[in-house]
Design a protein around this ligand. Structure first.
Ligand SMILES: Nc1ncnc2c1ncn2[C@@H]1O[C@H](COP(=O)(O)OP(=O)(O)OP(=O)(O)O)[C@@H](O)[C@H]1O
Ligand SMILES: [Mg+2]
Length: 126
């Protein structure tokens, strides 16, 4: 949800700077792609890359890309963002699900977040 809401925010912000004509010619889009990598014979195949969640908004400027997973980092106006969405998502995906969260962003073209979650969790023997 945090990743989706960020994508919607990015598109709204992008549209606010565009004319009706520009929006109509090149509409905003959020793409969600899921796939299972299942080579059937190795354990390593038991990984599920990806909810690739991509938007065609303004992208994330390179100067702030290193900071977006930091708690309380936000570029949104006071009262809109707390800056916790990505920090919480990162924690849930990596610590709770032993997965990976990464993103690829080209300023001016958009952003893709990739969530990878192992299908089988390793259970701990206590
Ligand atoms: N899809 C995206 N496109 C552009 N910038 C993004 C995108 N996703 C995240 N960001 C940048 O990363 C920053 C941190 O995101 P994060 O979700 O942690 O906080 P937030 O959205 O500002 O506030 P909230 O706590 O309400 O989620 C955002 O303020 C924004 O600058
Ligand atoms: Mg957010």
């Amino acid at each position: 949800m945090n990743i989706l809401v960020n994508a919607i925010d990015a598109l709204e912000e992008f549209n606010a700077k565009r004319t009706y004509q520009e929006i109509r010619d090149n509409p905003c889009r959020i793409t969600i792609r899921t796939s299972v990598v299942n080579s059937q014979w190795v354990k390593i195949a038991l990984a599920k890359p990806a909810e690739g969640i991509a938007d065609n908004g303004s992208g994330i400027p390179e100067s702030i890309q290193k900071q977006i997973f930091n708690p309380f980092f936000t570029t949104k106006p006071v009262g809109k963002g707390t800056g916790m969405g990505m920090a919480i998502s990162y924690q849930i995906i990596t610590e709770k699900h032993h997965g990976k969260l990464e993103f690829f962003s080209t300023p001016g073209e958009g952003t893709e977040f990739v969530v990878q979650i192992p299908i089988q969790q390793v259970s701990k023997v206590v």
